[in-house]
Each structure stands twice: as C-alpha cells, then as structure tokens.
Ligand binder design. Structure first.
Ligand SMILES: [Zn+2]
Ligand SMILES: [Zn+2]
Length: 98
C-alpha cells in the first residue's frame, strides 16, 4: 500500500490509505490483507486517480515531477503521455503476479 488514494472496485468507495482496513494475512504471516471500510470486502482495492476530486480508477502510471503518478487516462500529464508515445518513457510495469 504505497499510494495514498484507493478505490474499491466492489462499491466504488474512494478514500485515503489511513481509512483502509488492514489485517495480517492468515496465509502469509509476513503479509497483510486490505479491506474496504465501506463494504468490508477484501482485496477489492485499486489505486485511484491522484487528481483531486477524481474518483476514477487509475489506469495510467507515469513518472511525475516529484514522484511516480497514477491517474486515470483523462488526467495523465499530457507531456508525459507524449513522451511515452514517443518511446522516451517506459510504460509502468503492472503488479507482480504470485
Ligand atoms: Zn467497497
Ligand atoms: Zn482522474
């Protein structure tokens, strides 16, 4: 949970990391499971667009001026998009499986 803004794909809840429910993973003592504080479902949280007021799921990751930004397509920095289209910026790697 490195990002601050999260969205529940089950109920559409969007909120700060501090509101997300956290519990030890019963299958992996070194890990945690994350729960939605609204619908109480587990493992339904995705990174949300970091644009203030936007509640879309983040679909684009790109290096921003200060940190790596996650935004929906509409709020992706156009300069970053152009650079990426030109092959100057490598697209974000997805979450690791397994
Ligand atoms: Zn939810
Ligand atoms: Zn957005």
């Amino acid at each position: 949970m490195e990002r601050d803004k999260w969205r529940c794909e089950e109920c559409g809840w969007v909120g700060h990391r501090s509101e997300v429910l956290e519990a030890p993973n019963p299958f992996d003592p070194t890990g945690c499971v994350w729960g939605c504080p609204n619908c109480l479902d587990v493992n339904t949280l995705n990174v949300a667009c970091e644009h203030p007021g936007c509640e879309r799921e983040a679909s684009c990751g790109a290096p921003g001026p200060e940190a790596y930004d996650w935004t929906c397509y509409e709020h992706t920095n156009p300069i970053v998009l152009r650079a990426r289209d030109a092959g100057e910026v490598r697209p974000a790697a997805g979450p690791k499986e397994g």
